[in-house]
Design a protein around this ligand. Structure first.
Ligand code: FAD
Length: 459
């Protein structure tokens, strides 16, 4: 690849095979995936992004786009082509008086929480702080504030985006409205977002977190109580139930390590004393194996899962499906599956939806699952590469057996390795798929941005 033309104006860093930092920079967050691009274009600003897109178009080079780099399918990095890498573009500007933040396309949620919490503000993000703002928001964005303030994408005010012809556009409710609709859930299909503008909310700085773990033997009692509690809970409470095995590390009491548990994790977004009272019921379902609940800084809550998801080290396969309900039969099948996980470090997570995220109409943005109440996600994490085949095929088989309990969709940001291709993307967007495909045709008719959960242009 002759990069001289691009090099003459590029202000960021161009890294090619053979450069000393190439092997480090080509790594994807998921240790299971190994890719070899020809070029990594680490952009320093919007001009670099425009030039990288134009260079790739002119020379017919395949591209992938990296924001936070977390995508489990490794879609941030392509084989043989060019990675347009925004990870050095993580600047943030907070306008505290107007409760707005402008965030560059390579920032992580940790970067954004740091800047907003100084003012007691937050934008709804995810539950792991090292995840990229870009990929998470463009696919929807499920986090602790989802019931009170909606998904990450619901809190977008505008975006700046470089489209496939190298043009910089603004998309908002008043400008390029069709594109703005598509970007709120439609993923990286429409261009490279160089900056996001978010509405912010008053959150914290201290929040009440619930993190109580019960023996898996009591799972039916815990899960049914949690389900009833959540379906009548106020918007202040967002929660997940997790099947997990307590790791053998010093952070946990010795007698609890290795135990298989169902953990109820939740945040109360409001007065923390009220939160403490609100969580009494779910903290006293049975005798807990451990209860780590307490009042903590919002930024600590946002990063409490980080240690379990280190980059480049562990292997990951996350895949999800909406549940039609969490009735007794469904609960039984999940509990049965949880007990048969081939590797202890695998997680089964049940996300409760509802509140603000479900009050937004299913046609008001591209996000496809506004009518869902529970999402089942198989979050497979393993350390021994020798376990890969068994873990991945178990995860797929388990979700296949759960199809009889599934709702109409799934979450595009938890989509395994995207192995079902277009079928999976159609499932994720449901009735919104055709409109997304029309908007794709308008802004990216040649499907230049296809290294993603791909929405195809109309043929
Ligand atoms: P990347 O791998 O950098 O990007 C993924 C894709 O997004 C790219 O292939 C590209 O198509 C697109 N993209 C990235 N940057 C841009 C950009 N600037 N412009 C246009 N397109 C871009 N999801 C949740 O909703 N809630 C969670 O709590 C949550 N927790 C997670 C925890 C872990 C440990 C992991 C691995 C994932 C989690 N996810 C969660 C899923 C997460 O939303 C997706 O993996 C998402 O793709 C990550 O975004 P990224 O920018 O880090 O990823």
């Amino acid at each position: 690849m002759n990069i001289e033309e691009l090099q003459s104006k590029f202000r960021g860093h161009l890294i090619q095979q053979g450069d000393p930092d190439f092997d480090q920079e080509r790594k994807v967050w998921n240790g299971y995936i190994d890719k070899h691009p020809a070029l990594i274009a680490q952009c320093s600003g919007t001009a670099d992004v425009i030039d990288a897109v134009s260079f790739a178009r002119k020379n017919d080079i395949e591209v992938s786009v990296r924001g936070g780099g977390h995508n489990v399918a490794g879609s941030a990095v392509c084989d043989g082509g060019m990675v347009i890498d925004l990870s050095k573009m993580h600047g943030i500007h907070v306008d505290a008086s107007r409760k707005l933040a402008r965030v560059q396309g390579g920032a992580t949620w940790g970067d954004l929480d740091r800047e907003t919490q100084v003012f007691g503000l937050a934008a709804p993000g995810g539950v792991v702080s090292t995840t990229g703002v870009a990929g998470l928001t463009l696919g929807g964005g499920l986090g602790w504030l989802r019931k009170k303030h909606g998904l990450s994408c619901d809190n977008l005010r505008s975006v700046e985006i470089v489209t496939a012809d190298g043009t910089l556009l603004t998309a908002s409710q008043n400008e390029n409205e069709d594109l703005f609709w598509a970007l709120r859930g439609g993923g990286g299909n429409f261009g490279i977002v160089t900056s996001f503008e978010f509405n912010l909310h008053e959150v914290g700085p201290t929040v009440m977190m619930c993190a109580v773990m019960y023996a898996i033997e009591n799972a039916e009692k815990v899960l049914s109580t949690w389900m009833n509690f959540m379906t009548s809970s106020p918007d202040e409470i967002s929660s997940q139930a997790l099947f997990w095995a307590i790791p053998d590390i010093e952070d946990f009491p010795e007698d609890a390590r290795g135990k298989h548990v169902i953990a109820i994790t939740a945040m109360y977004v409001g007065d923390s004393d009220e939160g403490e009272k609100a969580f009494e019921k779910i903290r006293n379902i049975d005798t807990p194996v451990i209860d780590l609940s307490g009042k903590i800084p919002y930024t600590a809550a946002q990063s409490m899962f980080d240690p379990f998801f280190p980059k480049h080290e562990r292997n990951y396969y996350f895949k999800s499906q909406d549940l039609a309900s969490l009735n007794k039969e469904t609960r039984g099948a999940i509990i049965e599956g949880a007990k048969k996980r081939p590797v202890d470090s695998m997680l089964l997570a049940i996300w409760h939806y509802g509140g603000k995220m479900n009050r937004i109409g299913s046609k008001d943005s591209a996000f496809g699952s506004r009518d869902t109440t529970f999402l089942l996600s198989v979050d497979s994490i393993w350390d021994d590469p020798g376990d890969s085949e068994e873990v991945i095929s178990w995860s797929r088989d388990f979700l296949d057996t759960m199809k009889r309990f599934s709702g109409d969709g799934m979450y595009v940001n938890f989509s395994g390795f995207g192995e079902e291709g277009e079928d999976l993307v159609q499932l994720a967007y449901g009735n919104n798929y055709d409109r997304l495909s029309e908007i794709k045709t308008k802004y990216d008719p040649d499907n230049f941005f296809h290294y993603n959960q791909n929405i195809k242009p109309c043929s």
